[in-house]
Design a protein around this ligand. Structure first.
Ligand code: GLN
Ligand code: ZN
Length: 775
């Protein structure tokens, strides 16, 4: 262990019972509203600051009321206006050149500038956004080049600490660690070949040292440094990652003036990084014992461990006995243990209060953020004072868990029997060549067939109709008519434009997962269970609590109505099993694979019903296939195996002349290309416009024999691509893939677009197709 002589006093005791972070958006999404109003120019920076300040105060008060200590550093301060990785970049002054004019003389940016970096403005593209580990949260990717200057450029973090202190709270500031910050950054455009952001480690470290001193001077006793990157197999040599871990934490531990250092590593096991971190002498280490496991064979004597035994990533009530047993196991390795959440709680909604409609039974199986804090307090009491001190709470938790296990809905004989009766051939279709011939004969589509990904703009009128229907102001029949009118207009538009394969437009879907969750058995939906997806954007994941079954057809009526309006094929539209799981809170009492297969089987029934209604082309979207990819390489093959199987279970009952499409929303294709091949879809549409068809050579090299639709229009912005631009992309695509195998489509669904740009862009897309067909 490093001799820690530089810090004058021994570390203060680590707080008993803590959480790694708390939702930032507010119970009533106050921050979302305040941000959006600020962006629209309806409120000032001061008003936005005031809302944020009130929110921070409210959160602190609530956490104290729930039992976290007010003055022992157990309340984390992890507020962010938009994203915590962006906060780190702005604090360290790592702002890309194109935003240089947003910086004040001291290097700081105000909230307008901060928003511009996050969201872009005019010709200033925002920072890229990507998924945060294996969650549905998106962070902003810092751009770090050889010339990026690092300097402490914002006092915000320290000021927030002082703000809490003045209100009588000694909080624990939470910051993104140097390793996570640099490994998640991308090289700035101008960086030379071979350069990596991590090359700048020494420069960044200097700023962290300065920051630690500032926190210490402000009176912080503990600081939490998040290093989730240490649990993931990333695109870097592990030996280098570990060497850098030693370097960083040796340096921070021996910093002249600093609070006690708590390094948190959520989302999986630290594995070989645990002993490395321990040897640096950091004052406490947070480990995830929900996704990760209890370390084995590590001597943890003298180490303080925050045992993450309460799931920060899912909403189920904790098995308190199991949690205590895990904490005991860690203590047996010699560690001084405190109870903690496995991750920040920002992945779960604020509170179960207001969700009474879920029913007492389901409610008693759940714990959102506030209920998890209460669990941690209970566990901490049990751990430090003995179980008898909280016997009542432990008994209540046991009873709820037992009721959940015994509930008929979590174990339905007919669902289980249907699944166990499935044979290997249920996962297979005829050879592709046979299917292709049957489909060609049936649809006789031209080369470079044109289509869209499914949704058309969700107009304010559609949303209004749905809201009125939910309130009972619109009858079922009136709502149905409103949706049918919308479908008719979308079909007419596509016919006028001359698309080859039409869609019904998904007007009736509030959300591509929730729509199905509301119709399938085994799910429930919350009223106010919002979680931050990125910035001000929140999603309301459904709760998949029981065995899944389909009571009745879910999409047939809409699709077949659309089909009556056109002689062209209308594509049926379903969301795939993996995506339904990824964007819901999924039961944790059985393997994900089993749950995925239950969903797969339900979708298989839906596909049969669509076929029976005459729908011959059916798309099963799996935009989340990449998102659930495990963080550890060793776990990936098993995941890819079950995820592909669930898709095949859903789709392989289709007849030879039914054309199965799938859609995937991202372009990092290389790593999952075998899985995509394994899906065995007849047609796969993917995102490709922004990367200028970068993925195609990989597909070509893979020897992909089925059809692909690389997106030719980046639908993430209102920009209309010109005919020339689309022509060029199509030509590029044709260089890699024979025209016979190519489809023409946008990158993704159009639900977030307006009709003006949709019309103009589709028109250009069709003109380009014409040009390339006749070239
Ligand atoms: N069919 C969906 C749509 O068009 C697909 C959305 C997605 O890939 N996220 O909206
Ligand atoms: Zn998509």
């Amino acid at each position: 262990m490093t001799d820690n002589t530089n810090s004058s006093a021994p570390a203060p005791a680590f707080p008993g019972g803590t959480i790694l972070g708390y939702p930032r958006i507010g119970r009533m999404r106050e921050l979302k509203r305040a941000l959006e109003s600020f962006w629209k120019g309806n409120s000032t920076q001061d008003e936005l600051e005031a809302t944020a300040k009130a929110l921070r105060a409210e959160n602190r008060d609530r956490l104290a009321a729930l039992g976290l200590g007010k003055t022992d550093s157990s309340i984390p301060s992890n507020f962010s206006f938009y994203d915590h990785v962006l906060d780190a970049a702005v604090t360290f002054g790592a702002v890309p050149e194109r935003f240089a004019d947003l910086r004040a003389a001291d290097g700081s940016v105000d909230l307008a500038g901060y928003s511009t970096i996050a969201r872009g403005q005019g010709d200033k593209a925002p920072l890229e956004m990507t998924k945060w580990f294996d969650s549905n949260y998106h962070y902003l990717v810092p751009e770090i080049g050889p010339d990026t200057t690092f300097a402490l450029s914002s006092n915000r973090w320290v000021e927030e600490f002082i703000e809490a202190k003045e209100a009588g709270f000694l909080t624990r500031p939470v910051i993104t660690g140097p390793l996570t910050f640099l490994y998640l950054s991308k090289a700035a455009d101008e960086a030379p070949e071979g350069y990596q952001p991590i090359d700048r480690l020494d420069d960044v470290l200097a700023v962290y040292v300065e920051l630690l001193a500032a926190f210490k001077a402000a009176g912080a006793e503990w600081i939490q440094i998040d290093e989730p990157v240490l649990v993931a197999d990333i695109d870097a040599d592990r030996a280098d990652v570990l060497a850098n871990t030693t370097k960083v934490y040796n340096a921070l531990v021996s910093a002249e003036s600093r609070p006690a250092l708590f390094v948190a590593a959520p989302y999986n096991s630290l594995d070989d990084a645990l002993p490395v971190l321990k040897d640096t002498g950091v004052d406490a280490i947070g480990i995830d014992l929900v996704r990760g496991s209890v370390p084995s064979g590590v001597d943890l004597s003298g180490v303080t461990i925050a045992a993450g035994v309460v799931d920060g990533h899912n909403i189920w009530r904790t098995n308190l006995d199991e949690a205590l047993a895990k904490a005991d196991q860690v203590a047996d390795l010699g560690a001084t243990v405190t109870i903690a959440s496995s991750t920040s709680l920002f992945h779960v909604p604020h509170t179960l209060q207001g969700e009474e409609h879920l029913g007492e039974e389901l409610l008693s199986w759940l714990a959102f953020a506030d209920e998890k804090v209460a669990e941690i307090v209970t566990l901490d009491t049990a751990f430090t004072q003995g179980e008898q001190a909280v016997a009542g709470a432990l008994g209540e938790a046991r009873a709820a868990l037992q009721a959940r296990a015994e509930h008929p809905g979590t174990n339905r004989a007919e669902v289980r029997e249907a699944l166990s009766g499935i044979e290997a051939q249920a996962f297979e279709r005829s050879d592709y060549s046979i299917r292709a011939a049957a489909q060609d004969a049936r649809f006789n589509l031209p080369e470079l067939a044109t289509t869209t990904i499914g949704s058309f703009p969700q107009t304010p009128e559609i949303r209004k109709a749905r809201a009125a229907w939910a309130k009972g102001e619109l009858s079922d029949a009136e709502y149905e008519q409103a949706m049918k009118d919308e479908i008719a207009s979308v079909v007419k538009l596509q016919e006028d434009l001359g698309l080859d394969v039409l869609v019904h437009g998904e007007a009736e879907r509030n959300d591509m997962v929730q729509y199905f969750a509301e119709l399938l058995e085994g799910f429930d939906v919350t009223k106010n269970g919002w979680v931050q997806s990125y910035g001000s954007r929140c999603t309301r994941p459904s709760i998949l609590w029981g065995d899944v079954a389909r009571a009745e057809a879910m999409t047939v009526e809409w699709a077949s109505y659309a089909q009556t309006l056109s002689d062209k094929p209308v594509k049926g539209m379903l969301t795939g099993p993996v995506t339904i799981l990824a964007w819901s809170f999924v039961r944790d009492d059985q393997p994900l694979a089993d749950t995925a297969n239950q969903v797969g089987l339900a979708l298989r029934g839906e596909i049969a019903d669509l076929e029976a209604a005459g729908i011959g082309i059916i798309q099963v979207d799996e935009p989340a296939l990449r998102e659930l990819l495990p963080l550890k390489k060793a776990d990936q093959p098993a995941y890819l195996d079950w995820s592909v199987k669930s898709f095949r279970l859903a789709t392989s009952g289709a007849k030879d002349d039914t054309q199965i499409h799938t859609h995937l929303c991202y372009s990092e294709f290389g790593e999952v290309i075998d899985a995509i091949d394994g899906l065995n879809a007849d047609v796969t549409s993917i995102e490709a416009a922004r990367s200028r068809m970068e993925v195609l050579p990989a597909i070509k090299d893979h020897g992909y024999e089925r059809q692909v639709g690389p997106g030719v229009w980046d639908i993430h912005s209102p920009r209309v691509p010109s005919t020339e631009e689309v022509t060029e992309l199509l030509q590029l695509a044709k260089d890699s893939i024979p025209g016979k195998q190519l489809w023409v489509n946008p990158d993704c669904g159009l639900k977030t677009r307006g009709y003006d740009e949709t019309n103009a862009s589709l028109k250009n897309m069709l003109a380009a197709t014409k040009a390339v067909r006749s070239a």
